[in-house]
Design a protein around this ligand. Sequence first.
Ligand SMILES: C[C@H](O)CC(=O)C(=O)O
Length: 318
Amino acid sequence: MKLNQSKIVDCTIRDGGLVNNWNFSIEFVQKLYAGLNAAGVDYMEIGYKNSPKLLKGAESAGPWRFLDDDFLRKVIPEKGHTKLSALVDIGRVDANDILPRSESMIDLIRVACYIKEVDKGLQLVQLFHDLGYETTINIMALSNVMEHELLEAFEMIKDSVVDVVYIVDSYGSLDYKDMEHLINKFKKHLPNKRLGVHTHNNMQLAFSNTLVAAANGVELLDASVYGMGRAAGNCPTELLVTHLKNTNYELRPVLQVLEELLVPLREKEEWGYNIPYMITGTLDEHPRSAMALRASENKDKVVDFYDKLTTPEVSFEK
Ligand SMILES: C[C@H](O)CC(=O)C(=O)O
């Protein structure tokens, strides 16, 4: 039987860090790595490789927000089958901080960008490629993108060195039909590129959209344990591990990680599906207003929240 081509990219630390300001202990990250490796998960995104010099509020964040190669070598002295990935943002990464891959623990560098920044994203991709890394370009907020912008981006991407192009549902507002439509478009215009998908769970569709992507030939599937990620969170790693057909993933090590690390953490930190996130998802908006609501004393005043978002003359500060 032909093995499934899917590869899981676990983003618990990187996207989950947006929930707890990357305040994961070293022991937490080591145990997570060991669990994902035992489960056969292909990649672990262990954080951001942005520069603290280029970001405000850097002092209060945990070390996974600004990965340092010497630090990483101490955290993961022995790498297993699971490769390590890091994400960078346009304008927040200092090229001088990036070692050649042969001197780094990191295998894959992913560049996050909005559609208008694809040219800048591809310049970074070229740099990381030349240093020996596997690369992806992750086009965020695709649900808000105009057709002509996408076609222009495809023209640039198809002649680039990038290995994988990501469809990112940043607002968790896409359904299976949108997913299929986007995948077909990406395949038509980028026949020479592998694809990836990153979903958010605002509409309780992260898992199902990821399965639709896998069934349509998308190879890299982002997920996080217990769905830990910004706001409504992501597709849960445990569901992909147990559900993807013709793979060699093992569920038990992920259950161990869930029991020991993620279930206790969920007692202290909030992420995952709830009504304010559903509202921003269905309105196809960034969840920042819902995150602010959940941090306020009005966190369950969902009718008022909905009225504010849908009344044109009232707006939230952005
Ligand atoms: C690069 C990531 O896919 C970005 C992300 O998490 C998002 O939701 O946007």
